[in-house]
Ligand binder design. Structure first.
Ligand SMILES: Cc1ncc(COP(=O)(O)O)c(C=O)c1O
Length: 374
């Protein structure tokens, strides 16, 4: 017999993915109306005013959302956060980086600098999945790198600058726009548009301090024989960004959806509003899990539990993949755990587009499914 979740329990929108994440209808409407005088901007040149105007809206909107400190600049390029790891490896690390690794994504950036033949092997500070590794002051490194929010495990770390003058690079791919941050605590705060900003992937955005931009200029000009491919050059990306364009052709639809979302968040009350909304959703999710004897927040330390990507372990008696399957059959999608984590777990994206009431509805649906299958 197929399990039925009563319609009265279902959320208004069933998209709880950790990226790509829920896109709001008005972002989709913007795809049709974003051009001059409401004319379409899709299918038009990225070197002309209408698309450059969308890039300008993104850059100005982000500057406002993050209260950009003096001298910081919004830089963007193609290839997503994965490409930005290579940009940072090529353009920002002078000799050696320290990486905080507490999940897949922190580990991937560490692997990128370890592979670079012109760099000394990185220092790694590591914590097991479910915890947070904190950057440790070191005289031996010129870059510190840490995730803000480790999407693979649902652990978040505060953005804090260790003493000294090494650059701090913060991977905010899944946290930017929903976690509180003071940008003076970091030199590069980089992210993609497919999480909090509800757009598609394929772009990277980096809020860069003057020190970071100076470092890129220094590394790229140094006569030390380092070849920085144009595509990985932060100074080239900066020159293009200042002209409201990217080095090569961007996905125009992503830019339009991103601009709409940044302006929506700003209009609702900015970062404080967004952070509070996600914290409310997170309270619902973790509170629910703590009240069930068969569910446990995966991240043990409450302060390290992400308010944007919640991970909930289920008791071994309950097959999480069966729960995920029943939910999907009812239009509640993408609550599976990170594929390489290998846990009996639900992972819930609670980005600002997601209604906190829908998170509550999701938990009611999980209760219903578990009652039926346990
Ligand atoms: C924390 C974090 N860093 C980096 C990435 C990689 O981003 P992209 O797919 O844009 O390369 C992701 C993707 O999920 C992520 O969550």
């Amino acid at each position: 017999m197929t399990l039925q979740i009563p319609a009265s329990l279902l959320p208004t929108d069933g998209r709880f993915g950790s990226g790509p994440s829920k896109v709001r209808p008005s972002q989709v409407d913007a795809l049709v109306t974003a051009g001059e005088a409401g004319r379409p901007v899709l299918g038009t040149s990225h070197r002309q005013a209408p698309v450059k105007d969308v890039v300008r809206r993104v850059r100005e909107g982000l500057a406002s959302l993050f209260d950009l400190p003096d001298g910081y600049e919004v830089v963007l390029g193609n290839g997503g956060s994965t490409a930005f790891w290579e940009v940072a490896t090529a353009s920002l690390v002078r000799d050696r980086a320290q990486h905080a690794v507490f999940g897949e994504f922190g580990g991937k950036f560490a692997a990128a600098t370890a592979r670079a033949p012109f760099l000394t092997d990185p220092e790694i500070v590591e914590a097991p999945a479910g915890g947070v590794a904190y950057l440790a002051p070191s005289d031996a490194v010129d870059v510190y790198a840490t995730p803000h929010n480790e999407t693979s495990t649902g652990a978040m770390a505060p953005v804090r600058r260790p003493a000294g003058d090494a650059l701090v690079l913060t991977d905010a791919t899944s946290g930017a726009g929903a976690l509180p941050v003071d940008l003076r605590e970091t030199d590069v705060y980089y992210f993609g548009p497919q999480k909090v900003f509800g757009a598609d992937g394929g772009l990277w955005l980096a809020l860069c301090s003057p020190a970071a931009l100076e470092r890129a200029a220094e590394v790229e000009r140094s006569g030390g024989g380092r070849w920085v491919p144009e595509f990985l050059s932060l100074t080239t990306a900066l020159e293009n960004s200042r002209k409201d364009q990217t080095l090569n052709t961007p996905a125009v639809a992503t830019l339009v959806m991103l601009a709409d979302q940044v302006e929506w968040i700003n209009a609702q009350g900015g970062l404080a509003w967004s952070a509070q909304r996600c914290a409310t959703s997170a309270q619902v999710l973790y509170g629910w899990a703590e009240a069930r004897e068969w569910a446990t927040p995966f991240v043990a330390e409450p302060a390290e539990r992400s308010t944007v990507v919640g991970t909930i372990d289920l008791d071994a008696r309950i097959d999480a993949s069966a729960v995920v399957g029943h939910l999907r059959a009812h239009g509640i999608v993408d609550v599976f755990p990170y594929r390489k984590l290998g846990r009996n777990q639900l992972r819930v994206g609670m980005f600002p587009a997601v209604e906190p009431d829908d998170v509550a509805a999701l938990t009611a649906c999980v209760d219903h499914v578990v009652e039926q299958i346990a």
